[in-house]
Structure formats: C-alpha cells, structure tokens
Write a protein that binds this ligand. Sequence first.
Ligand SMILES: [Zn+2]
Length: 76
Amino acid sequence: MEKVEIKAKSVKGVLGVHDLIAEYGGPNIVHTGFHIEVAKGTPIEEADRIAEEVKERVSRETGCQHCVIHVDPVKI
Ligand SMILES: [Zn+2]
C-alpha cells in the first residue's frame, strides 16, 4: 500500500494521494483504486498525462492490472 503512494507521488505534478484501496480479485489479481491530487488549473491534457504515468509506474511496481485512478484538482 505504501509503495503505491510513494510511486504515485514520484510522478511530477502529483501533490497528494488519498482514498487508497487495494483488494484481491483472485490469485495474483490486485485491484487498486485511489485519488491523486493535481494543482487546480492544470490543463486536462496534463492531468490525463499525469494519471497515465501514475498508472504505469504503479502497475509496474505492484503488478496490478486494474488501477482505477481518479484525479482531484486541489488549490495550492
Ligand atoms: Zn478524491
């Protein structure tokens, strides 16, 4: 769980992570879901790129095939 948060935060543009959940959907299948926080006013294209990168890094690290990432804009 902590690894997911660390990985997600290692992506530039990610300010925070919350509502992290992980559950086993069967042998070797892990479903993860979490919210990432990006600066309010971040263009949607940029937010999408950030989310994709987070997904890629987290997938590589945890081996989860089903990562659901929700992007929250936050004020800084
Ligand atoms: Zn949220």
